[in-house]
Design a protein around this ligand. Sequence first.
Ligand SMILES: [Zn+2]
Length: 418
Amino acid sequence: MTVWDALVGQDAVVETLEAAAAAATLVGGPQGALAAARAGMTHSWLFTGPAGAGRTDAARAFAAALSCVRADGTSARPGCGECVGCHTVLTDTAADLRTVRAEGLSLGVQDVRALVRDAASAPTSGRYRILLIEEADRLTDSAANALLKALEEPAQRSVFLLCAPSVDDVMPTIRSRCRVVALRLPTVDDLVGALRRDGVDEATAQVAARAAQGHLGRARLLATDDETRGRRAQVLALPSRLGRVAECLAAAGDLVAAANADAQTANSERDEAEAGALRTALGMGATSSGGTGRTKRVTKAAPKAKTMMVRGAAGALKDLEKSQKSRGRRTVLDSLDRALLDLAGLYRDVLARQLGATVDPVNPDATREIASLAARATPERTLQRLEAVLATRDALAANPGLVAQLTVESLALTLREP
Ligand SMILES: [Zn+2]
């Protein structure tokens, strides 16, 4: 098993990356980075592709191949997936790899500065120091500018791997300094193949692969996770609930509540653990049960120092709260986006049926629902609905500050049956 196995339906990308990783092995030779660069290795890479295509997986696989200790530039190809170099990168424990993940709505200048500092130092054990930014599209302007400086004058043995949905999602000045690796959306067959290799049965794989609309991670969840399947069924049943205004508002409320519940499940444990760890680090005690939290060390400090420490602690806790809030918001938006994509897939199937188009349905398991919706509306009306769903997706993606409840309510009212 090699590091490239994680990439589904990306043969051309694998070929490019494998060649560059092979060139990178020259960096340890007599002419070092120069020889590697001549052979096709470069310092900045931008991995693009729609959600679910696996751009982060591709960047990580490449990072592993760059760190592969079995690759020698001749017979052994980089990215064996088994050596210590590959393994530590894939498990995110490699000393020479730093990953930055935008868990909240944006990626700030602090995160990037730390990364840029790292990039300036020589690798400890591997060939390169690798800096992976999973969501370069979420860089704030000041963060992007800080990064740009590092890309303009790269350290000889550092590699930046940036990921973003498309080249238009990063600043042109950054884009122009990167070699772009464009991933394509995996086909249904690609996804079925991947699920079958995971051990999923054929029938389940077929339905999950279609319903996932090209998203590998989602296909895996749909094939194996009951809660994900239940949530999808709930969304597909939604259109038939949209009659009177009150029903629309209730349906919208359910959708948002489900997204909030997702965020709660995903984040609450971690939020508490982080707050506890920070309190301990600040000497405030790990309890979250409302104690005053001041330790002897703080109370014994000189009055001025004491005030400063308390103020600093309050600031740090406030910062943490802010970043947790941002992460929670992001989880809600992600969950809503998945629901809207399911809904768009459903209306797309309805439209295809109304027009007699012979295309594979996204929802082969919802033929009754599709037939019933198709019988109750004109194709024009279905198209309007499909457009309304897609417009809501775009609006929420472009303005994360929108009030989700109102936005989804407005959509539900647009979709309602006369
Ligand atoms: Zn290896």
